[in-house]
Design a protein. Structure first.
Length: 320
């Protein structure tokens, strides 16, 4: 369903946009709340620092590994269908994380939530671009959508600090309540998928699995290097590189590749993506280290830590 091109949004258009904004807000809040709660999680579940970093890394790996497939699935299987299904998955595994009694269960829940977010985000963005006509109305909708995502991360730092003061498990239970409300509203407000006349295309499962597995093994090799012998480290590195080579081979032969390798001929695109990778990696690493330092070594409370990290959201806006 495409809304009519007018200067103002209808009530139904605003309702649908608020639902989609609620989902992207949920993702931002979830990531930042969990980050502030890491020391409390480590203490209760008796996780080592190496195991604790997987609570962060599992989400990022699931998100990055399946993002491209998420966009393809939304186009082929239906934007509304993908949005509702993965929102429900996000809800279930948020609850599982809150009930976790062991570290591996928590890590598993974070991995699946990352995969769910990888399907949710492109589905939601695609619903906006196909529901609002190109021009002022779509630009307004995208502006509200992007602003909500940024606000979610900043607010989550403070809310996460408050909830962790009660119990770190509420950092996982609170998104369950929010997700349930968004899911109920989405059923009523997100328009049904229209029949597509696009030719059927396949899913590049092999590509998604190989690239995700490759990154997973490479990260594991770096994390375990200080705890195991050089032989095991080299074996993990070799396995990770082998999967990366397999990914390249799959993409060359696939009729519907996740990544068309020809794009790497563009130097500007390669440099931009390398910059984005370095920024994202350094950001998550900084947040992880800063939270542990402030709470475990400086004795700050979760709320004080969350307030201090608000500077992360302020700094980019202050840049010229």
């Amino acid at each position: 369903m495409m809304f009519q091109q007018t200067d103002r949004m209808s009530r139904r258009a605003w309702g649908m946009l608020l639902v989609l904004c609620g989902a992207i807000f949920l993702e931002g809040v979830d990531v930042s709340m969990m980050g502030v709660a890491l020391p409390s999680i480590q203490a209760e579940l008796a996780m080592s620092t190496g195991e604790l970093q997987w609570v962060v890394s599992a989400y990022v790996l699931g998100y990055g590994g399946f993002m491209l497939m998420g966009g393809r699935a939304a186009d082929l299987l239906g934007r509304r269908r993908m949005f509702l299904f993965w929102l429900a998955v996000f809800l279930v595994f948020s609850g599982l994380g809150g009930l976790a009694g062991e570290g591996w269960i928590l890590i598993l829940s974070r991995l699946v939530k990352g995969i769910a977010a990888a399907f949710l985000t492109p589905a939601g963005l695609s619903i906006i671009t196909t529901s609002f006509p190109e021009g002022r109305l779509r630009n307004k909708a995208l502006l509200v959508y992007a602003g909500t995502a940024a606000a979610g991360f900043s607010l989550g730092l403070v809310v996460g600090g408050l909830l962790t003061t009660i119990s770190w498990r509420w950092v996982f239970f609170a998104p369950v309540l929010l997700t349930a409300a968004i899911l109920a509203a989405a059923v009523a407000l997100v328009p049904r998928d229209e029949p597509s006349d696009r030719p059927a295309q396949g899913f590049d499962f092999a590509g998604a699995i190989s690239v995700t597995g490759s990154v997973l093994l490479l990260v594991l090799a770096v994390e375990r290097a200080a705890h195991v012998g050089w032989a095991q480290t080299l074996l993990l590195l070799a396995a990770g590189l082998a999967l990366l080579a397999a990914f390249v081979a799959v993409e060359r032969r696939s009729r519907s590749p996740l990544v068309r390798l020809g794009v790497f001929r563009s130097g500007t695109l390669v440099r931009a993506n390398l910059g984005a990778i370095l920024f994202s990696g350094s950001f998550f690493a900084f947040q992880f280290i800063a939270v542990l330092y402030l709470q475990q070594l400086r004795g700050w409370s979760p709320l004080e830590t969350g307030l201090a990290l608000l500077a992360i959201g302020i700094a980019p806006r202050a840049a010229p």
